[in-house]
Design a protein around this ligand. Structure first.
Ligand code: C2E
Ligand code: CA
Ligand code: CA
Ligand code: CA
Length: 376
């Protein structure tokens, strides 16, 4: 792991290699492919059940905790398995195992996957989309749409959320759900996120001017987990703010609780540095992750965005209204602003207003619209 520093990283690799030798124990051939990737050739495994059993042994041995440089270290490993079938060369066998490894990693840490030809197709599709997405960035095919954020009590626009779309030359507008996950898996999210942040800041002044209610206007931009781990990110934000003349206090960065919890210590440190700049932080899709408000209290945040699923079920007269009430009350105790997302009906607005939820966003007010149409 890069964040551990070289000496600890080397020690970890040495321990991992020694443990793999212990597992191999004459039953298989082991080699380091590069970085932290190892290959094992297991002649005695005749089917996927036997291969998976062997993978479990390796994972069990590797996961025994140990101490180095005064730190407790726990190793997790992902495993990709390919079954040789006589048509394989060494090269294609490693390639298929590598494809399976990617799939295992996408399932989450410590997972195993066995190669299949469907996997090959989906891997090819993934690679193709990733390459097209990289080109799309270069060719300026990405556009940013804006959805107003509204003060519920007065109905005035108090901000906008920047939401990216891919204006594909033949397919038309592609929704972010189709390409953000791929961008996150490939690291493309880093330049993509930078693009959205810059564009949103460039258009901030014009969008704010169009609301003409004289009140502060906040630009919200989504932040992916991968961006939080980049040491240079705070400098980039600072530079973009300086170049576009957006006051730091007018920028809000939205991060999901799931992304924040991936590496809480790193996230807390990064968010604290952003807040020192004056940028505010919102927890996005609140209620859909596994964290609680008490865990989130450790995070330097300003705003909770209640997930659409709670807002849409609120009216049906069940427990959801109590969930929303609890979130709003606790959020206020913690000194946070509350915004409800996915507001689609007038009756939701009066309910939210009764609960003293200050802000709302949703199709009732407006869908996300292109820059030209915002506030018009
Ligand atoms: P999100 O951050 O939760 O964004 C809100 C999504 O809900 C948007 O979908 C928006 O169009 C939709 N929405 C807003 N109001 C309503 C409503 O009243 N009813 C319903 N049914 N839906 C509503 P969109 O634009 O397709 O974005 C989807 C997700 O893609 C976003 O979810 C966000 O997680 C991600 N995303 C979008 N742009 C970016 C970006 O620039 N960077 C990153 N990292 N993620 C982005
Ligand atoms: Ca968001
Ligand atoms: Ca949501
Ligand atoms: Ca959201």
């Amino acid at each position: 792991n890069e964040s551990m520093g070289h000496s600890v990283g080397d020690a970890v690799l040495r321990v991992a290699a020694a443990r793999l030798r212990e597992c191999a124990d004459g039953k298989c051939f082991m080699a380091r492919v590069g970085g932290d990737v190892f290959a094992a050739l297991v002649p005695d495994a005749n089917d996927s059940t036997q291969a998976l059993a062997f993978a479990r042994v390796i994972q069990r041995v590797l996961s025994r905790p140990f101490v180095t440089a005064g730190q407790d270290i726990y190793l997790a490993c992902s495993t990709g398995i390919a079954l040789g079938d006589g048509t394989h060369t060494g090269e294609t066998l490693i390639r298929d195992a590598d494809t399976a490894l990617h799939m295992a990693k996408r399932k989450g840490p410590g997972q195993r996957a066995v190669f299949s030809s469907a996997m090959h197709d989906s891997a090819k599709n993934f690679m193709r989309t990733a390459a097209a997405l990289r080109r799309a960035l270069e060719r300026d095919e990405l556009v940013v749409h804006y959805q107003p954020m509204v003060e519920l009590r007065t109905g005035t626009i108090r901000g906008a959320e920047a939401l990216v779309r891919w204006n594909h030359p033949t397919r038309g507008l592609i929704a972010p759900q189709e390409f953000i996950p791929i961008a996150e898996d490939t690291g493309i999210i880093v330049p993509l996120g930078r693009f959205v942040l810059r564009r949103a800041c460039e258009q901030f002044h014009a969008l704010k001017a169009r609301t003409t209610n004289g009140k502060p206007f906040t630009m919200s931009v989504n932040l992916a987990g991968a961006q939080l781990g980049r040491p240079n990110f705070v400098n980039e934000v600072e530079q973009i703010l300086a170049e576009t003349g957006v006051p730091a206090g007018s920028l809000k960065l939205e991060i999901t609780e799931t992304a924040a919890m991936q590496n809480p210590e790193a996230a807390i440190e990064m968010l604290e540095r952003l807040r020192k700049l004056g940028v505010t932080i919102a927890i996005d899709d609140f209620g859909t992750g596994y964290s609680s408000l008490s865990q989130l209290h450790r995070f330097p945040i300003d705003t909770l965005k209640i997930d659409r699923s709670f807002v849409s079920r609120m009216a049906s007269g069940n427990d959801n209204i109590e969930i929303v009430r609890t979130v709003v009350t606790l959020g206020h105790v913690l000194g946070l602003n509350i915004i409800a997302e996915g507001v689609e009906a007038a009756e939701q607005i009066s309910m939210l207003d009764d609960l003293q939820c200050e802000y709302g966003q949703g199709y009732f007010f407006s869908q996300p619209v292109p820059f030209e149409k915002f506030g018009r």
